[in-house]
Design a protein around this ligand. Structure first.
Ligand SMILES: Cc1cc2nc3c(=O)[nH]c(=O)nc-3n(C[C@H](O)[C@H](O)[C@H](O)COP(=O)(O)OP(=O)(O)OC[C@H]3O[C@@H](n4cnc5c(N)ncnc54)[C@H](O)[C@@H]3O)c2cc1C
Length: 318
């Protein structure tokens, strides 16, 4: 059985974990989810819609703050009770801590930075970048439970329309697990959705010409209600923040729509966005590699095409 840890914010299950759940369900076999927190029962049931047949809920006031150690206790109990052979996490600051703690507690193997999952003769295997991100290698485990931390946004949260049986598990927290206290939580201020959660991403590359060129990407993203992403070339040049970098050494994203403005489509960029629903590329070079895998391509200058596209979208919405 495969168990997927689902994070939640403000009563809503996060897309990263749901993507891992949907991927696990697509491989077949029994798949369950686990939600840990306080006041999370209502949110947990939604896991059925992404492929979980059972969702284990550990709901306790002591689990209100998103601290890792109490979650390790909760997961240990669920893994032991359910006999889960695979335990999967979508990478985040919290999940990385919980996965590492669980691996230590269960004396289990943990593969991290996983970008794909598959079955080999019924046994879980994973892919991850290696050797400075120059190759993708197959990785496995020598014992169970197999624990994996999947790169953020690697899988799309595909709805399956199913329902899950909710099973409550009591929280039995160790004394030392409750010794830490959350003093303050601060959230990064942003006007739109993050690239991990956005349904629409407008990504900019060197073809935007200068940092100011990103205004074109921002305007189009604003019109579409999406987020702005970037290539490594422009992040390295300091045009846009690293948190928006998509690709092998950045984030993996899978929005419904990915619009690439002045991006050549290097393999290291492609691996981070190829699972997007529809890919639209605007590039002045008809031979740019991105046109080989884009669903729609526009050969033209971004400064001509992007503002017209934004205007068309705004007019449609008005
Ligand atoms: C180990 C390693 C890891 C890497 N990791 C990543 C990663 O995570 N993410 C990533 O993105 N890259 C990564 N790279 C870099 C990658 O190989 C490419 O160099 C990078 O993606 C190129 O970015 P770009 O498309 O913005 O720039 P370029 O390759 O320079 O492409 C710019 C494109 O813009 C077009 N253009 C120019 N002017 C205009 C205009 N006015 N209108 C329309 N089109 C125009 C050009 O025709 C060109 O196709 C990595 C490389 C290595 C070696």
């Amino acid at each position: 059985m495969t168990l997927v840890f689902l994070e939640h914010h403000d009563g809503e299950l996060q897309k990263g974990g749901l993507g891992v759940l949907a991927k696990a369900a697509s491989l077949g076999g029994e798949v369950a989810a686990v939600v840990v927190g306080h006041g999370v029962r209502a949110a947990a049931a939604a896991a059925g819609n992404y492929g979980a047949s059972t969702v284990y809920v550990v709901d306790d006031p002591a689990l209100e703050a998103p601290l890792p150690q109490p979650r390790v206790d909760a997961l240990e109990a669920v893994v032991r009770a359910s006999g889960a052979e695979n335990v999967l996490f979508a990478a985040s600051v919290l999940s990385a801590d919980v996965a590492a703690g669980l691996a230590a507690r269960l004396d289990a193997g943990l593969n991290w930075d996983v970008t794909d999952l598959a079955l080999d003769g019924g046994t879980l295997v994973a892919k991850r970048p290696a050797l400075g991100d120059t190759v993708l290698v197959d990785v496995g485990w020598t014992s169970t439970p197999r624990i994996a931390l999947v790169r953020s946004g690697a899988f799309e949260a595909v709805e399956t329309g199913g329902t899950a049986t909710v099973q409550e598990v009591a929280a039995e927290l160790r004394d030392y697990s409750t010794a830490a206290r959350m003093v303050e939580q601060a959230h990064e201020q942003s006007s739109g959705p993050s690239i991990e959660d956005a349904d629409v991403i407008v990504a900019g590359g060197r073809g935007l010409g200068a940092p100011e060129g990103f205004r074109l990407a921002e305007e189009l993203a604003e019109a579409l209600g999406g987020a702005v992403a970037a290539t490594r070339a422009v992040v390295d040049a300091g045009w846009y923040p690293y948190s928006t970098q998509v690709g092998q050494t950045g984030k993996s994203v899978s929005p419904r729509l990915y619009i690439a403005l002045g991006i050549s489509g290097a393999i290291q960029h492609k691996v981070g966005m190829q699972s997007s629903g529809t890919i639209v590329a605007i590039n002045k070079d008809p031979n740019a590699p991105i046109f080989d895998f884009a669903d729609f391509g526009i050969v033209g200058k971004v400064e001509d095409v992007a503002p017209r596209l934004a205007e068309l979208v705004r007019r449609r919405k008005a």
